[in-house]
Design a protein around this ligand. Structure first.
Ligand SMILES: [Zn+2]
Length: 440
């Protein structure tokens, strides 16, 4: 064989491989025997069979990862509280305020100036915990694909974004506290909600691209199936976005972000590379459920109400605490920006205690999106298979109280049970396409 012939063979071989990849670009779905359709199909046995496909060591690992997360929530809260108390007790907060007052006499600028060292000090003191939680632990459990340098870069970009956004938001909130006095918490909620809506609106266009690259989806065939599903559900989508989250981790995920004209559905490259078409379609059906059921708008309303209660609690507890310790911390009243660590501590206490309420709200929306996705995409087995992949970082089979308190998405068992129940009731439709009513 001469060189050119070898070259031709290599090219033909490469083309053959490319053609094979074109025809068979994705893994295929393996349905366990007990979940196969048939007259004896049983929802619980089928669900158990799907769950049993996860090797025990892998299940033990994702259980440990998720259960460890419960404790991390507690430690994070305690660490944050300790840092805030340190700022108050050492009167560092009061000293930063005095420093700001020496630089400018304008209260709004003082607030802006105060926020920068406040956020930096908090970031530095939380940093060791952040490294463990966001980098070391993620690598220990085999979930992260990032080098330390790349991870640190993301943290610093996040720090810059949150410093700018927090400074603007706090300047507005303190101006409201100074102007409106007693009723600040009502108008403070209104302003916070407007700021939140603005953040959701700009996030997909200005914030998300700082961390990842969003490109129109490349796989034309898959894209057409997704757009067809969108059209069938009245979604005016012309494009599907693909995001390179394999930069950070191997987690499978997709989401709806933005509001109004910036609202979009994105799926990550892990989902595209690791999943069967059935899994991708059911995931897209789920995301379209969020869109069609207006979940972003409903969540804004719900969390506004939670925030209103939170600000009412904050107003009361700030006055209560300052009456006791205000003198010691050198903070005369709630219009003083040095009160910020106390406000942050009390608000984080409020959100820590109300975690199960927030989780139950999102978990309920996620369940609605699952049901929508099952009805829209009609891929119950794809749903079960992708639920197991989500189980790589979320305990698959928790107890009911555990699920109520800690889960912001339904557990794998809940989701697969819903999928298998749907499958049982739709078996004739799935088996015989002609059973689908035809237009007359
Ligand atoms: Zn969802």
């Amino acid at each position: 064989m001469n060189i050119s012939c070898r070259f031709v063979t290599a090219v033909v071989f490469a083309l053959g491989l490319a053609a094979f990849a074109q025809i068979n670009p994705r893994p295929t779905l393996n349905i366990p025997p007990a979940a196969q359709p048939g007259p004896n199909f049983d929802v619980k046995s089928a669900t158990d069979a799907w769950l049993a496909t996860v090797p025990p060591d892998q299940k033990a690992r994702s259980d440990a990862y998720f259960e460890g997360g419960y404790w991390l929530q507690v430690w994070d809260f305690l660490l944050f509280s300790a840092i805030m108390l340190l700022l108050l007790q050492t009167r560092l907060s009061a000293r930063i305020r005095d420093w700001c007052a020496r630089i400018t006499s304008r209260p709004n600028l003082q607030t802006l100036l105060y926020v920068v060292p406040f956020i930096l000090i908090t970031f530095v003191l939380q940093f060791p915990m952040g490294v463990y939680e966001g980098y070391i632990r993620e690598h220990q459990y085999g979930l992260s694909t990032q080098t330390f340098g790349s991870w640190l870069r993301d943290q610093l970009v996040g720090l810059a974004v949150s410093t700018v956004l927090s400074a603007i938001a706090l300047m507005i909130l303190f101006a409201i506290v100074r102007r409106l006095g007693k009723n600040w918490w009502v108008w403070g909620t209104v302003a916070s909600v407007l700021l939140l809506v603005a953040a959701v609106l700009i996030a997909p266009v200005y914030i998300a691209p700082l961390f990842n690259t969003y490109t129109p989806m490349k796989d034309a065939k898959m894209k057409e199936s997704i757009l067809s599903l969108a059209r069938a559900n009245g979604i005016p989508a012309r494009d599907v976005y693909e995001v390179d989250e394999s930069r950070q981790s191997n987690r499978v995920s997709a989401n709806v972000s933005g509001l109004g004209s910036t609202q979009r559905i994105s799926l990550n490259d892990n989902l595209l590379n690791r999943c069967t078409p059935e899994e991708i379609l059911t995931t897209m059906g789920h995301e379209m459920g969020h869109y069609v059921l207006h979940h972003i708008y409903k969540s804004v309303v719900f969390f506004s109400l939670i925030l209103l209660v939170g600000f009412a609690f904050l107003n009361w507890s700030l006055h209560w605490s300052l009456a006791r310790w205000g003198e010691r911390w050198q903070i005369p009243g709630i219009t003083d920006v040095a009160v910020l660590p106390l406000a942050a501590l009390l608000l984080s206490l409020f959100f820590f205690i109300t975690t199960p309420i927030g989780n139950t709200w999102t978990r309920t929306e996620e369940y609605e999106a699952d049901i929508f996705g099952l009805n829209a995409a009609r891929q119950p087995d794809g749903e079960a298979a992708v639920d197991l992949k989500l189980g790589e970082y979320r305990k698959l089979d928790p107890g009911p109280i555990e699920e109520f308190v800690f889960y912001d998405h339904p557990s794998g068992r809940t989701r697969i049970t819903a999928a298998m129940r749907w499958k049982k009731e739709n078996m004739n439709v799935l088996d015989e396409p002609s059973a689908v009513p035809q237009p007359r």
